[in-house]
Ligand binder design. Structure first.
Ligand SMILES: Nc1ncnc2c1ncn2[C@@H]1O[C@H](COP(=O)(O)OP(=O)(O)OP(=O)(O)O)[C@@H](O)[C@H]1O
Length: 261
């Protein structure tokens, strides 16, 4: 069976291909290359923490993955070359939680969360009772069930972040991109959101790339994940163990790493 035939068959594709395969990726902005020949493969569903100094190119990597900036090299998600996919989110390849997202009109939290089911939404039809049950359960999972009927625009930054996470969890995608998901959260919710991501990987087979500066919480995660430090001259995928996190933290704190930027 050819790759093309596999690409047309979702179930075969998810069994046979790496979740993400990046090869020779070069990306950045005019006059400034931030990602220089990046290679990494995540063969099976996993949690990948992406770390590095401010401005080293972490969000830029997500911009390349979501087709927002041009790049050289190849990015495959679920075996499909992203250049050949016009709408990766609509086709269930990517789900993306940016660093900042605003909503300019009043909307009940539950109505915003249920939109995570948009790929199952019937044209001109409303969301079903099942969709709303899933939305309620997603809110419950992130610890935000009590916010369901409130106006999203009146919530605190941290509460809004929990709501976005609930919405994201309803999107059935091959790859999830989370840009600093714990940024505005208190210590309790930060730990909880990392635990939740581990649960998504272990129980739902999601693959997550998570940009974070929250290295303390990374040391407490169970084995099986990966770490990518984009401040290294040649970033490679490392096993996410407490020892590796501490070594990479020491590197990021060093003058040596700073002058190499
Ligand atoms: N549109 C743009 N044009 C030119 N330079 C840009 C553009 N967007 C971002 N940059 C620059 O690229 C660099 C990398 O930005 P990026 O957002 O990828 O950093 P980051 O690693 O995610 O940082 P942080 O941890 O602070 O979020 C920054 O110095 C930024 O100023």
């Amino acid at each position: 069976m050819s790759d093309f035939e596999l690409a047309d068959n979702h179930s075969l594709r998810s069994i046979q291909h790496s979740t993400i395969d990046i090869s020779g990726l070069v990306a950045g902005y005019e006059q400034r290359v931030l990602l220089r020949n990046l290679f990494f493969v995540v063969p099976e569903p996993a949690f990948v923490a992406i770390i590095g100094h401010n401005g080293c190119g972490k969000t830029t990597l997500f911009r390349a993955l979501t087709g927002r900036i041009p790049y050289q090299g190849t990015i495959r998600v679920g075996g499909r070359d992203l250049r050949t996919v016009a709408r990766p989110a609509a086709e269930g390849l990517l789900a993306y939680l940016p660093q900042r997202t605003t909503v300019g009109f009043p909307i009940a939290v539950r109505e915003l969360v249920v939109m995570g089911r948009y790929r199952h939404h019937r044209f001109l039809g409303g969301y079903s009772a099942t969709d709303y049950t899933l939305a309620d359960s997603a809110l419950q999972q992130v610890g935000a069930a009590h916010l369901a009927t409130q106006d999203f625009t009146l919530l605190s930054g941290g509460e809004q972040q929990l709501v976005w996470l609930a919405q994201l969890s309803l999107q059935e995608a091959t790859l999830y991109l989370l840009d600093e998901p714990t940024q505005q959260l208190d210590v309790y919710y930060r730990r909880r959101v990392f635990a939740l991501q581990q649960q998504w990987v272990a129980e739902q087979g999601k693959t997550i790339l998570c940009i974070t500066h929250d290295l303390d919480n990374l040391t407490a995660l169970p084995p099986g994940g990966h770490l990518l430090n984009l401040s290294r001259p040649t970033p490679t995928l490392l096993p996410l163990t407490p020892e590796v996190v501490l070594a990479e933290k020491a590197y990021l704190e060093s003058e040596e790493s700073f002058v190499k930027r």
